[in-house]
Design a protein around this ligand. Structure first.
Ligand SMILES: *[C@@H]1O[C@H](CO)[C@@H](O)[C@H](O)[C@H]1NC(C)=O
Ligand SMILES: *[C@@H]1O[C@H](CO)[C@@H](O)[C@H](O)[C@H]1NC(C)=O
Ligand SMILES: *[C@@H]1O[C@H](CO)[C@@H](O)[C@H](O)[C@H]1NC(C)=O
Ligand SMILES: *[C@@H]1O[C@H](CO)[C@@H](O)[C@H](O)[C@H]1NC(C)=O
Ligand SMILES: *[C@@H]1O[C@H](CO)[C@@H](O)[C@H](O)[C@H]1NC(C)=O
Length: 315
């Protein structure tokens, strides 16, 4: 090989260094570099993937999902940066800047989302085995993490706090923000809230019960809730429960579902399906706004949707 070609090859290599290599999965992005379709980050255990997830026709959101699709072929998304402002497939990118900021820009280079962080380089963006995407400064201190800003799902060890809430998706196929939320209320109780365009109301625990009747306490103002890898959920308002299949070795998630119920799911890895291992509301007709203003809810509908149906009011 003659020298000019060698120099050319070396310079190509050097120039391509900051680019993300597609061939092998990585768990880390370093400053300065960026991620665009089809680049992904994969957690070291392979369970989680971060990248651009399709949210409609040529609409993408930067998300984290369980790497393995479920048996119906869908991906289980656990976190999204820009759920209400999807970006184009082409030329959109997530960039880790020298300034320490992590920004998502669309094709027109508009900033759609950012972590608003700053730090001296080099920074590391890392997808951990827990499903947490963390941004670390040179001292290995976490300056931003996806676990602090959940969308509709909580993972084991992720804390729901006074600063965060789980908000449902619009529908099963539209991942933008819906109307149902799980959050800590002003009285320190963990509640389900319907926050629609016209009405807003709390529907769980039953609004006519006081806190102790509902088995809760309002005196601890820490406002922290989380579940551990055994499937034990605990909240500072004294809400406690165990997953039906309590024990370690099972992946679980707590999701604010599109139907207004909050459920814990456990992954059956052999069959690639999620099964419900706890749910907040046993009688779905108690969920606010479930049927819209001109319909009544009834339990006559058998089958998978928990026996709930809506019918129009006569007249
Ligand atoms: C999802 O719903 C929102 C709000 O209704 C709407 O603006 C958006 O266009 C929908 N997205 C898709 C992909 O249908
Ligand atoms: C890293 O730690 C050193 C020594 O503790 C400190 O002086 C410096 O400000 C820290 N840097 C960052 C980016 O936090
Ligand atoms: C799978 O995804 C499709 C398209 O996004 C959606 O219509 C369907 O309801 C999803 N299936 C489940 C079980 O969520
Ligand atoms: C409130 O809950 C936190 C977290 O569980 C606990 O550390 C703290 O001791 C509790 N405070 C009171 C007054 O019980
Ligand atoms: C989860 O919490 C329960 C109750 O505190 C405890 O008994 C169990 O050992 C915990 N599991 C793990 C994996 O830490």
């Amino acid at each position: 090989m003659n020298t000019p070609i060698l120099i050319l090859l070396i310079s190509i290599l050097l120039f391509s260094l900051p680019l993300f290599s597609i061939s092998s999965p990585h768990d880390t992005l370093l400053t300065p570099s960026s991620l665009s379709i089809p680049n992904i980050l994969t957690s070291p255990n392979g369970v989680f993937t971060a990248g651009f997830h399709s949210a409609g026709q040529n609409a993408y959101s930067f998300s984290i999902w369980f790497t393995k699709p479920t048996s119906d072929g869908n991906l289980t998304v656990v976190w999204t940066a820009n759920r209400d402002q999807p970006v184009n497939g082409k030329r959109s990118k997530l960039s880790l800047l020298k300034s320490g900021n992590l920004v998502l820009t669309d094709a027109a280079q508009f900033t759609v989302w950012s972590t608003n962080t700053n730090s001296i380089p080099p920074l590391q963006l890392k997808l951990l085995d827990t499903g947490n995407l963390v941004l670390k400064n040179p001292n290995d201190t976490i300056i931003w993490e996806s676990f602090d800003s959940p969308t509709d799902t909580l993972l084991p060890s992720q804390r729901l706090t006074r600063y965060s809430k789980l908000v449902s998706s619009r529908s099963r196929s539209n991942f933008s923000s819906g109307y149902y939320a799980l959050l800590f209320d002003n009285d320190n109780l963990l509640r389900l809230l319907f926050d629609g365009p016209e009405i807003s109301s709390v529907y769980w625990p039953d609004p006519w019960l006081n806190s102790w009747e509902a088995g809760r306490t309002s005196y601890n103002s820490s406002r922290i809730a989380a579940f551990n890898s055994s499937g034990y959920f605990r909240s500072t308002d004294n809400l406690r429960f165990r997953a039906l299949d309590y024990g370690i070795g099972v992946w679980r998630r707590l999701t604010m579902d599109v139907d207004g119920n909050v459920r814990m799911y456990s992954l059956d890895e052999k069959r690639s399906i999620w099964s419900v291992s706890w749910q907040a509301i046993q009688q779905p007709c108690k969920i606010h706004g479930v049927c819209g203003p001109n319909a009544i809810c009834n339990y006559d509908f058998p089958g998978e949707n928990a026996g709930r149906g809506c019918s129009c009011l006569p007249g």
